[in-house]
Design a protein. Structure first.
Length: 273
């Protein structure tokens, strides 16, 4: 299995797949799914790109140090991973919390970024979302992860999708169970306390924000106090675009994988042209 030890002494599990001569996408997974977030879209992306998929620290097969985690630290880890693998720059695609990590990475490391896509990302929670993630954190502290998994499932995807795919509950439980409860709590805290507006405002690389119109976790527009995808796009209009999936909740990579692959592929290919 491919592992690499980063300059910060964290051992990371990673996979490189797809055509060796194709442009590279580095993927940042979400707060509870890690690299499994991209399972439904990877085959589509591998038609045009090489994929760098990895377990961030705290997740899956990578080291899980008992320390505080943050969105900015996970972005720094992405840069260290590129260093360790001898990769100069990459396309960057993150989803959910990984979308927030993408914002931090593109803002902080323009020289390592060709273009980015922040799927379901934001730079700062409004009060509604702070309570959302605080509730998750308290649940993860008080009950088995299976119960939290079921709640997250119904919050992430629509009722009609669940009715047509009842096995999704077992799937989500199995993926979330790969993670340490400590990491789950830390990820919720990282999102709850995050404020990367300063990094979002300094983005100087093409970035696409993709969101579902029915997303309640990380909607494309937030209430006062938050800094959403549309807020970022308004702050850097020459660099940012927003695409909203109609009638989709938080998990567009699961509910609309073909459309998500098509939209992001077209944006990255335009950036590469």
């Amino acid at each position: 299995m491919p592992y690499v030890t980063l300059a910060n002494d964290i051992r990371i599990y990673y996979e490189l797949t797809g055509p060796k001569d194709a442009p590279l996408i580095m993927q940042f997974g979400g707060s509870l799914f890690g690299r499994d977030n991209f399972a439904m879209v990877n085959d589509g992306f591998r038609k045009n790109f090489r994929l760098l998929s990895f377990d961030a620290s705290g997740y899956g097969r990578s080291d899980c140090p008992l320390t505080a985690y943050s969105v900015e630290n996970w972005a720094d880890e992405g840069a260290l991973l590129l260093d360790a693998l001898g990769i100069d720059k990459a396309l960057v695609h993150g989803t959910s919390m990984g979308g927030m990590v993408t914002i931090a990475f593109v803002g902080k490391y323009p020289e390592r970024t060709i273009a980015g896509c922040s799927d379901c990302g934001m730079a700062r929670c409004d009060l509604y979302r702070k309570v959302y993630f605080r509730t998750w954190r308290k649940m993860a502290e008080a009950m088995p992860l299976d119960d939290l998994s079921d709640l997250i499932t119904i919050q992430a995807v629509g009722d009609h999708f669940i009715a047509a795919n009842p096995g999704i509950f077992d799937m989500v439980r199995s993926v979330i169970a790969k993670n340490s409860p400590y990491t789950v709590r830390q990820a919720c805290l990282a999102m709850e306390t995050m404020d990367i507006e300063h990094l979002a405002r300094q983005i100087r690389r093409p970035i696409l924000f993709t969101n579902g119109t029915r997303d309640t976790m990380t909607p494309p527009r937030l209430a006062a106090g938050g800094f959403s995808a549309h807020d970022i796009a308004a702050a850097i209009p020459e660099w940012a675009e927003v695409y909203e999936f109609p009638d989709i909740g938080h998990a567009d990579l699961l509910e609309a994988p073909e459309e998500a692959t098509r939209i992001v592929t077209a944006f990255f290919q335009k950036a590469l042209a």
